[in-house]
Design a protein around this ligand. Structure first.
Ligand SMILES: CC(C)(COP(=O)(O)OP(=O)(O)OC[C@H]1O[C@@H](n2cnc3c(N)ncnc32)[C@H](O)[C@@H]1OP(=O)(O)O)[C@@H](O)C(=O)NCCC(=O)NCCS
Length: 157
């Protein structure tokens, strides 16, 4: 894995297994508790009916470094995000962490958000996940509400 040689592209159906396996790595190091199976990956990230972009980073050898998803909040979304805002999720391989992968992915997500006419993007972060809170702060998100067991940060255009 070569995090310094990063290629960014839109994730596709053919990436589902690699994404699922990478999420398994996050589970193994205690950084994820949500589902990781291919059907969940497909429905949540790749072919989410509310999806705007799922952006993926890979190295020169095509090894997955991480991905970031942006969906549009709809009525009754499970995060309680205001309807019409974006909802972001970032997942970087433990083998590629702290090398700028998440930050690079966010450049493409911002462009997609602006293109989709979004004013705000919300990140719903478990309150004990201090790394993710630091990450989102660094790329410009700010805390705007506290939900049950979560800190919700927002990015504004
Ligand atoms: C949180 C996460 C997305 C960060 O991605 P990343 O590619 O490692 O982040 P970057 O390298 O772009 O870091 C950008 C900045 O975020 C902050 N940051 C990132 N990881 C950090 C950590 N472990 N501790 C403290 N600050 C951190 C730093 O300010 C960093 O800038 P710096 O390295 O110049 O100091 C990644 O660690 C991850 O996937 N974690 C597990 C899944 C998860 O929790 N996702 C969020 C769910 S809401």
């Amino acid at each position: 894995m070569k995090p310094d040689t990063m290629r960014i592209r839109a994730a596709e159906s053919g990436d589902v297994i690699a994404i699922s396996e990478m999420l398994q790595q996050l589970v193994a190091v205690g950084k994820r508790s949500s589902p990781i199976d291919p059907d969940f990956v497909t429905d949540t990230y790749i072919h989410n009916p509310h999806g705007i972009l799922c952006s993926l980073a890979e190295d020169d050898d095509g090894q997955l470094l991480g991905f970031q998803s942006l969906i549009r909040a709809h009525e009754d979304n499970r995060y309680g995000t205001p309807v019409g805002w974006g909802i972001i999720g970032t997942h970087v391989s433990p083998l590629a962490a702290r090398r700028g992968v998440g930050s690079r992915l966010f450049e493409t997500i911002v462009a997609a958000a602006v293109g989709a006419g979004l004013d705000k993007i919300e990140a719903f972060i478990t309150s004990t996940n201090l790394e993710a809170q630091a990450f989102y702060e660094k790329i410009g998100f700010r805390t705007h509400r506290i939900a049950d067991g979560a800190v919700c940060k927002v990015w504004s255009t």
